[in-house]
Design a protein around this ligand. Structure first.
Ligand code: SAM
Length: 209
């Protein structure tokens, strides 16, 4: 099990993860109106939160893991002291233009219906939820028995979970979109075309309707 600091160092040292994070942050920052408030849901050690705050966005962070929170408090101590990053025990305590959930936070949920209902009370109309989730079609996983064993589940139900990866679920985008309706509309899915075979993560952008 990673401590917050181990997770943090690992993520910053991994070139592949840094590239994915840069793309995600760039997309979030391009979508965010100037000065808009954001909630980083499942914020981990605060890597994205620090970047959003540095770009002038008041950033709320929600993170259930004590180890992650502890390191976030250290890594973002200046922003927390200046109140440009604010930790919240429940998303419902803030009202924001956008919610971000980077690096598979939503894969910890077996179903997203209740989550999107909750987020509909957090995100202002016209705002968005941007999530990066494990891509269930990623061919790099096809070398694993669990992937091949779940291909039929994926085709039939658009979802599967792996017993050895406790509480990690994989979803086709349309399954998450169904859970997000009627509060959110799936506006963009990335990658496109052949990208679905070669990218470990997919980005899903949901617009609050
Ligand atoms: C792979 S980490 C990603 C952390 C961070 N978003 C990042 O970009 O580094 C997944 C995070 O999801 C959080 N998480 C797990 N279950 C959650 C839940 N039910 N609600 C919110 N966050 C959750 C974990 O505590 C963990 O920090």
């Amino acid at each position: 099990m990673h401590t917050g600091e181990q997770y943090h160092q690992f993520m910053l040292a991994s070139r592949r993860d840094r590239v994915v994070r840069d793309r995600f942050q760039k997309m979030a920052l391009e979508l965010l109106p100037e000065g808009a408030d954001v909630l980083d849901f499942g914020a981990g050690t605060g890597i994205d939160a620090k970047a959003y705050a540095a770009n002038g966005h008041l950033t709320f962070v929600h993170e259930p893991s004590a180890a992650m929170c502890e390191y976030l408090a250290q890594y973002c101590r200046d922003e927390i002291a200046r109140k440009t990053i604010i930790a919240v025990a429940s998303p419902l305590t803030c009202k924001v233009q956008a919610v971000t959930a980077n690096f598979a936070v939503l894969n910890h949920f077996a179903d997203h219906t209740a989550l999107f209902e909750e987020l509909s009370r957090v995100v202002q109309q016209g705002g968005f939820v941007l999530a990066s989730m494990l891509n269930p079609y990623y061919l790099g996983d096809a070398r694993y028995g669990w992937w091949r064993a779940n291909v039929m589940n994926l085709m039939r139900s658009g979802r599967y979970a792996i017993a050895s990866e406790s509480r990690i679920h994989r979803f086709a985008p349309h399954v998450v979109a169904r859970a997000a309706a009627p509060h959110f509309r799936l506006e963009r899915r990335i990658p496109r075309g052949f990208g679905w075979a070669v990218h470990l993560y997919m980005f899903l952008l949901f617009r609050r309707v």
